[in-house]
Design a protein around this ligand. Sequence first.
Ligand code: BG6
Length: 483
Amino acid sequence: MVSRVIPVDPFDLVIFGGTGDLARRKILPGLYRRFEAGQMTADSRIIGAARGDLTEDAFRALVAESIAEFVPKARQDKAVIGAFLQRLHYIAIDAKGDGGWAQLKEVQRDGVVKAFYFSVAPALFGDIAERLKSHGIAGRDARVVVEKPFGRDLASARALNETLRQHFKEDQIYRIDHYLGKETVQNLMAVRFANILFEPLWKAEYIDHVQITVAETVGVEGRGAYYDTSGAMRDMVQNHLMQLLCLIAMEPPYHFDPDAVRDEKLKVIRALDPVGPDAIVRGQYLAGGGQGGYLDDSENPDSRTESYIALKAHISNWRWKGTPFYLRTGKRLRARASEIAVTFKEPPHSIFDDAEGWRENVLVIRLQPNEGMNLMMMIKEPGPGGMRLMQVPLDMSFADALGADHEEVPDAYERLIMDVIRGNQTLFMRGDEVEAAWAWADPIIAGWETRADRPQAYDAGSSGPEDALMLLHRDGRRWREIR
Ligand code: BG6
């Protein structure tokens, strides 16, 4: 199997915040990889735009450094890097003033896709959008890309949407949730909707519960100041875990088409029940393993921000009434492991006497690392001695199943940027989707803020706070081990 790379149309991509952290770590190395793969053609241009007074050569040197740092060595080809750097330009621009805009206008050309990446603080979205319009740089065919955090609550998300919509139509706005760009996350839709196997069982009648886990080993490191305004609920649950929940729980869309998919995701979010304090556990990591605790990483020694959260969600619709969805995510946990585990119910009647050997069927979809799928099945324990049962995994590792193609898989940002150029919004969040997710998250956050709850401390390298175990024990269930 050879991966097929289809070149995208020639484009001009302007990156506001072109010298910033995200541009250096993800956007520019990702563009290089697409160039190297032959997907970005040589008549495309990338224009870095930022406040600093850099020369074009200095910008190219900066990008060369980030390629050296963030692109795997095997993919660094001197000649290709040289050709890629030729595609780069730089304009010093003042988002809040006049500087640079006339120059940006001057370099515009017709007949190419025009995209503008707002890799800047959301407070600047309005200023940039307005200037793109007033200088006649971005017309009806332009696309704008915005990053998370998209607001910090419903009111601010609405305000951001209004600001963007003053200048652009919804079909021009690409809101990134990088989880949707992950190959394994997209695979959730293929597994559900390209196989007949699971769909008839995909409902409360047959599914006992679902666990969604995104565990990280890293702490908040240098991001304490941002993280204190966010916490795991805003940073991960409202967006990334919510997207995973939607893809697992949504009805089959009539077509793999941007609005058809997003309409179905929106219905899931709107059907979510409020989550009461008994169904939430918040945690904060302690020092350990030679590293400081959350309070050392935070700028506030008394911070009540959670670095871990576990909660039980219910979806009130015909398909899911009664099936709990347990979500958890946290930093400084035992292992980096993201997975979705769907636990099925017992068969209606057992013909075997070996009740002890019986275990539920579980479908585990590993998102990262060691991407793959596992279906825990019951079989007969081999050998004489009667009919005893045992559980074995039907195991598929994508690395084994796909071989070299698996290594070719583009990173989430590469995929998403190419989708912007192709004009495909399927893997981007629509404005109403983001607002609905905040409408669900807001009262949950307001609950612990008004109660002034403190998160429960947990050991670095553990699987999270004790109370999170209790959240499932109370329901007669257990979390899967994080490993
Ligand atoms: C980001 C969060 O959106 O996602 C980070 O701000 C988090 O806190 C990261 O570490 C996780 O992404 P990934 O791709 O490493 O799972």
